[in-house]
Design a binder for this molecule. Structure first.
Ligand code: SAH
Length: 223
């Protein structure tokens, strides 16, 4: 539908977004229609710096300040799909960054809390989410390796930074039957893990390889 022919600077952002969903997400196996619809709706261009607008729907991560990056759209979709969100869910995101993924969570869950260690990123994300009307997304500044005890328990938790191991503090903040999606590995490269909590039983299944900025904090890497 959206041929390569039209892949030029004149293509509107909504068209670029629609084409990103088809070419980067659906074509690579993202199947959850709710996730695809959320990715087709949230304007990624609103979350990145003005100088990067031409790259808003590029198939790569982008710099977002404070030495951090926003993930490539496919990774955002794959991680959110792995959460298997329902519209009743209370979800926690660790690593707000721009707030883009938090907006996707806000589209799919009942309430989303998101925690960011860099106050300047958290403040900017909060302002953008407010402006776009995401009243069910709440941005907090702090060390997300400790979770967010104020609003426990969470049905789902998503970590958007690379952890050295599965953070047990976060597993403890899940409901019974809850699910945690977290990149685990070295500082340089990781694998997405889906962690499920069923009573005393915790299962960990590895998914795609990925590269995230480090999760820095008490239960993460040293600064
Ligand atoms: N989800 C974001 C991108 C995340 S980048 C988006 O959609 O834009 C990873 C973020 O995790 C960075 O902003 C980094 O500052 C943050 N981070 C790293 N360690 C953290 C911690 N312990 N607690 C909270 N945020 C953390």
């Amino acid at each position: 539908m959206f041929g390569r022919l039209f892949h030029n600077h004149a293509e509107s952002l909504p068209h670029q977004r629609a084409r990103m969903v088809e070419e980067q997400l659906r074509a690579r196996g993202i199947r959850d229609e709710r996730v695809l619809a959320a990715m087709a709706k949230v304007p990624r261009e609103e979350f990145i710096s003005a100088g990067d607008i031409a790259s808003a729907y590029g198939d790569y991560p982008l710099p977002i300040g404070a030495g951090q990056t926003i993930s490539q759209p496919y990774i955002v979709a794959a991680m959110v799909e792995a959460l298997e969100l329902s519209s009743q869910d209370h979800v926690l995101e660790v690593g707000t960054g721009t707030g883009y993924q938090a907006a996707i969570l806000g589209e799919l869950a009942a309430e989303a809390w998101t925690i960011e260690r860099h106050a300047e990123l958290a403040d900017k994300a909060r302002e953008i989410l407010q402006r776009l009307g995401y009243a069910n997304v709440h941005v907090v500044t702090g060390d997300g390796t400790l979770g967010l005890p104020e609003h426990i328990p969470y049905d789902k938790i998503l970590v958007a930074a690379a952890a050295p191991r599965v953070p047990q503090t976060l597993v403890a903040q899940l409901v019974d039957g809850g699910r945690l999606v977290v990149p685990v590995g070295s500082r340089a490269e990781q694998q997405v893990f889906v962690v499920r909590k069923m009573g005393e039983q915790i299962t960990e299944s590895p998914r795609e390889a990925c590269r995230f900025v480090p999760l820095v904090g008490e239960q993460g890497w040293e600064p």
